[in-house]
Design a protein around this ligand. Structure first.
Ligand code: 5GP
Length: 206
């Protein structure tokens, strides 16, 4: 039976460490593809075009939207972010799971379009820890940190839209929990209808 790839949406407050968790997950388990988003924000020190993001202008982003080149997009703290369609659809068609590390508006758009997508929300152990991680990163101004914490408050209201929460306390434990969830999710009846129906047919033929 051909395994079907699914979309795994991973959201979490800015600073919750979801990027680090996904990097560690995809380094350890080679069966996941990590989607690279397009964004209009500037690269942070150390970020490379085509690796963390495709860094594009407003005009280029609007062109992508117009050409139906994105499967979702959203505004986040004064910038656009979106998921390129082709990479995701190619991987799914090849039976590979694709991870989208996106915020909540985009997550809801994905849930509407891809019924078997799984939505995970990565949480820090506490709000204080979140603030410390954001400040510790040292790449954002106080104003941007304040905006991101206020956005976290808004996002916390939407967590019930997700299928699972994962607490990022210890990195390795968190990576294992995410992999366990995805493995389990592949085994639900609704994601294996072809196999189940084939079994029914075989039983009828006995
Ligand atoms: P950052 O600027 O910290 O890299 O990302 C800001 C927020 O945008 C994060 O919550 C991140 O998950 C989200 N984000 C990144 N790429 C996308 C995308 O393609 N679509 C959506 N909707 N959100 C994204």
């Amino acid at each position: 039976m051909k395994r079907k790839g699914i979309i795994i949406v991973v959201s979490g407050f800015s600073g919750a460490g979801k990027g680090t968790v996904m990097k560690a997950l995809t380094a350890k388990y080679k069966n996941y593809a990590l989607s690279i988003s397009a964004t209009t924000r500037d690269p942070r020190p150390g970020e490379q075009n085509g690796r963390e993001y495709f860094f594009v202008s407003n005009e280029e982003f609007e062109k992508l939207i117009k050409e139906n080149g994105l499967i979702e997009h959203a505004g986040y703290v004064d910038h656009y972010y979106g998921t390129p369609r082709k990479f995701v659809e190619d991987k799914l068609n090849s039976g590979i799971d694709v991870i989208l590390e996106i915020e909540i508006q985009g997550a809801l758009q994905i849930k509407k379009q891809y019924k078997d997508a799984v939505l995970l929300f990565v949480m820090p152990p506490s709000a204080k820890e979140l603030e410390e991680r954001l400040r510790g990163r040292g790449t954002e101004t106080d104003e941007v940190i304040r905006q991101r914490l206020s956005r976290a408050k808004e996002e916390a209201e939407g967590i019930e839209n997700y299928d699972y929460i994962v607490i990022n306390d210890k990195l390795e434990d968190c990576v294992e929990r995410v992999n366990d969830i995805i493995t389990a999710v592949h085994n639900t009846p609704d994601r294996n209808l072809e196999f189940i129906n084939d079994m029914r047919r075989q039983l009828n033929e006995l």
